[in-house]
Design a binder for this molecule. Structure first.
Ligand code: HEC
Length: 157
C-alpha cells in the first residue's frame, strides 16, 4: 500500500531531472560546457595566439638564422634604450634578458618592446612580471625595425 506513491514520486523525480538536463543542454552549445568558462578565466579571455605571442602589432613569425649585422644594430639600441633597466644576467630594474629567447617567442618579445603598457595590464605572463618588478616597463618608442634588431641582439646571447 505504501509502494505505489513512492514509485510515483520516483518516476516524477526522474522525469523532472530529465527535463532539467534537456533544458540545460539547449542553452549551451555542444562542447561549450563549464570547462570552457573555467579556461577563459585562466587565460583572461586571450586567444592561444595572444597567450604565446603577446598582444601588439607583431604576429607569430620565424626569425630564421641569426643576422649578425642586424644584431649589431640591436646591441647599440639595447645599450641606449634598455640597459638602464635590463642586464643579461641577474635581476635589475627589470628581469634578466640573457635567456629570454628561450622563454618567450620572438613575437612576444617584440610585442613587449612595442606595446608594454597593454601587455602588463592585459597579458597574464606580463602582469605576473609587473607584479614581481613593480615598475611598469615604458614604451621606448622603437620602430618595428628597431625592435626586430634588438630581438636579433637578444637571440645572440
Ligand atoms: C624603465 C625600465 C625599463 C626599460 C627602459 C626597459 N624595460 Fe623591459 N622591462 C622592465 C620591467 C620592470 C619589466 C617587467 C614587467 C614590468 O614590470 O613592466 C620588463 C619586461 C621586459 C620583457 C619581458 C620579460 C619577461 O620575462 O617576460 C622584455 C622582453 C623586455 N622588458 C625587453 C626590453 C627591451 C628590449 C628594452 C629596450 C627597448 C626594455 N625592455 C626597456 C623595465 C624596463
Amino acid at each position: 500500500m505504501n509502494t505505489k506513491p513512492t514509485l510515483l514520486l520516483l518516476m516524477l523525480t526522474a522525469s523532472l531531472l530529465l527535463l532539467a538536463a534537456c533544458g540545460g543542454g539547449s542553452d549551451t552549445a555542444p562542447g561549450q560546457d563549464a570547462s570552457g568558462g573555467a579556461a577563459q578565466t585562466e587565460t583572461a579571455g586571450l586567444s592561444a595566439e595572444e597567450l604565446e605571442h603577446g598582444i601588439g602589432p607583431i604576429d607569430a613569425f620565424d626569425p630564421g638564422p641569426i643576422d649578425a649585422a642586424l644584431a649589431e644594430n640591436g646591441a647599440e639600441l639595447f645599450r641606449m634604450k634598455c640597459s638602464s633597466c635590463h642586464k643579461m644576467d641577474g635581476r635589475y630594474v627589470g628581469p634578466a634578458l640573457g635567456n629570454i629567447t628561450e622563454e618567450r617567442s620572438p613575437a612576444y618579445i617584440m610585442n613587449m618592446i612595442l606595446n608594454p603598457q597593454e601587455m602588463i595590464t592585459t597579458h597574464p605572463e606580463a602582469k605576473k612580471k609587473f607584479a614581481e618588478f613593480m615598475t611598469p616597463m615604458p614604451n621606448q618608442s622603437l620602430s618595428e625595425d628597431d625592435a626586430r634588431a634588438v630581438l636579433e641582439f637578444l637571440r645572440q646571447q
